[in-house]
Design a protein around this ligand. Structure first.
Ligand SMILES: NC(=O)C1=CN([C@@H]2O[C@H](COP(=O)(O)OP(=O)(O)OC[C@H]3O[C@@H](n4cnc5c(N)ncnc54)[C@H](OP(=O)(O)O)[C@@H]3O)[C@@H](O)[C@H]2O)C=CC1
Ligand SMILES: O=C(O)[C@@H]1CCC=N1
Length: 270
């Protein structure tokens, strides 16, 4: 099964790297990318076929993954429409609705939207998926197979839920890196080397996440088990509550979700 990515940027690069890491044959993957330097990087890093031509890139592919920015999607859809008949189209663009994309592709019925995240590169991604009603079960299985190669897959029944998925797991790796950066910065202020602080911060995220995944305790109970009465964690959490870190974090994710909906409206107008 040959897969073509249109757009070979950050997310496509992570997906392609993850697919190859999982055992996909590089010659079965093609990337269409306008930026010459990026084409060279992809060819060197992943050994996949790269081209600047949409028709050349799509030729012979059963599945086409649209991985350009939301604001570029309509123009790309217009260019690609005539070459996509009977092919499964998967868009990873944030916000833009499957029905709008379908219209741009001359009422193409086989459209799936996917919201992956960059840990796909190491097979640790998670992807939310939504399909238009006429996508058949075989095509859904194909999408599941591709995306399971780079992590976990969750199907949603309502497309609007993809805005929440985008705010949570699509953008989520950036939040984790942000917290890791803050923990590293605090660690160095407290006298650790930058490397030691980074190692402590990363293993703490990894260990806590694995513990939460394996434990029957709720997240709140796990948090309380760290928080000794009159101890250090209590002081840290008190400081965070006083600064309303939880509220700020929740508001931030609402802002991301609102932006996803807004991009759907702005870039999806037909
Ligand atoms: N980054 C992430 O973590 C995630 C991103 N997404 C979605 O993935 C999509 C891509 O995001 P990201 O990879 O970050 O963006 P990038 O800008 O890194 O990648 C898009 C690439 O497509 C190229 N491009 C533009 N027009 C064309 C064209 N006509 N033909 C071929 N290539 C073209 C762009 O070139 P140029 O820059 O020169 O325009 C760019 O290299 C977005 O829609 C985003 O919403 C989804 C989940 C997570
Ligand atoms: O920031 C963005 O818009 C994209 C979608 C999710 C992650 N990156």
């Amino acid at each position: 099964m040959k897969i073509t990515f249109i757009g070979g940027g950050n997310m496509a690069g992570a997906m392609i790297g993850g697919l190859i890491h999982h055992g996909s044959t590089p010659s079965h993957i093609c990337a269409v990318e306008t930026d010459a330097m990026r084409r060279q990087q992809l060819a060197e890093a992943c050994g996949v076929t790269v081209t600047a031509s949409i028709p050349d890139g799509i030729h012979g592919s059963e599945i086409v993954i649209l991985a350009v920015k939301p604001q570029q999607l309509r123009a790309v859809a217009n260019q690609a429409a005539q070459f996509l008949q009977n092919k499964l189209v998967i868009s990873i663009a944030a916000g833009v609705r499957a029905s709008d994309l379908s219209q741009w592709l001359n009422r193409h019925e086989f459209v799936i939207r996917a919201m992956p995240n960059t840990p796909a590169l190491i097979g640790e991604g998670i992807t939310g998926l939504y399909a238009l009603p006429l996508v058949d079960s075989r095509q859904k299985e194909q999408a599941t197979t591709i995306l399971e190669a780079i992590g976990t897959v969750i199907w949603v029944n309502e497309e609007a839920q993809l805005d929440a998925v985008t705010a949570l797991s699509g953008s989520g790796p950036a939040y984790v890196f942000y917290f890791l950066e803050a923990m590293q910065e605090a660690g160095t202020q407290l006298g650790l080397t930058a490397d030691t602080a980074k190692q402590l911060a990363m293993q703490t995220f990894l260990g806590a996440t694995h513990l939460a995944a394996q434990s029957n305790d709720t997240l709140a109970t796990l948090r309380m088990k760290v928080t000794s009465q009159g101890g250090t964690t209590e002081q840290a959490l008190l400081s965070m509550e006083q600064a309303d870190i939880r509220g700020a974090f929740i508001r931030a994710m609402h802002a991301a979700c609102d932006r996803s909906r807004q991009m759907g409206e702005i870039f999806g107008r037909t």
